[in-house]
Ligand binder design. Structure first.
Ligand SMILES: [Zn+2]
Length: 172
């Protein structure tokens, strides 16, 4: 199969005394996301989309949240590992499209930096990584500022056998 599509979703509680990290970028805010790892919901949703595209299960099966080695871990490391699994499976990312749902803080000033950072981590061009942000119009838990959620979609493309694709370069 030449192309595979995958979808991912993640949500974390937004609480005090935690850093807010999205796509590996630390965002100035009075609150941050609660989780076993750094709770980077954007990285987690993309990871789930990558595994989903290849029907390889989900993030919890590959990086269990009761495993001490992932406590407080940098989710960009997990994203690199997931991308390496994709490449070892014979695929590469064609493009990513993600939507962050957050009432607060305003994410527009950070979007470019997040896209650059993800492109850098995944060795993609920035035009292959789309990140959008939306508020929830003050509706539900996200609109009340109690959570941030992310939807992500990825398209994977089969790596051509005759192509000199540098797998080592992606090793996590
Ligand atoms: Zn998560």
């Amino acid at each position: 199969m030449k192309y595979r599509i995958g979808q991912g979703f993640d949500i974390h509680q937004l609480i005090e005394d935690r850093d807010l990290i999205l796509g590996g970028v630390k965002i100035e805010h009075s609150k941050g996301l609660l989780g076993h790892s750094d709770a980077d919901a954007l990285c987690h949703a993309i990871i789930d989309a990558l595994f989903g595209a290849l029907a390889l299960g989900d993030i919890g099966q590959h990086f269990p949240d009761n495993d001490p080695q992932y406590y407080g871990c940098d989710s960009t490391d997990l994203l690199k590992k997931a991308n390496y699994i994709v490449i070892k499976s014979g695929y590469k990312i064609n493009n990513i499209d993600a939507t962050i749902k957050a009432q607060q803080p305003r994410l527009a000033p950070f979007i470019q930096q997040i896209q650059h950072n993800l492109a850098d981590i995944l060795k993609l061009q920035t035009n292959q990584v789309s990140v959008k942000a939306k508020t929830m119009e003050h509706l539900d838990s996200i609109g009340d500022g109690r959570a941030i959620a992310v939807d992500a979609i990825v398209l994977l493309e089969e790596i051509e056998l005759d192509m000199q694709f540098d797998v080592k370069n992606h090793q996590g």
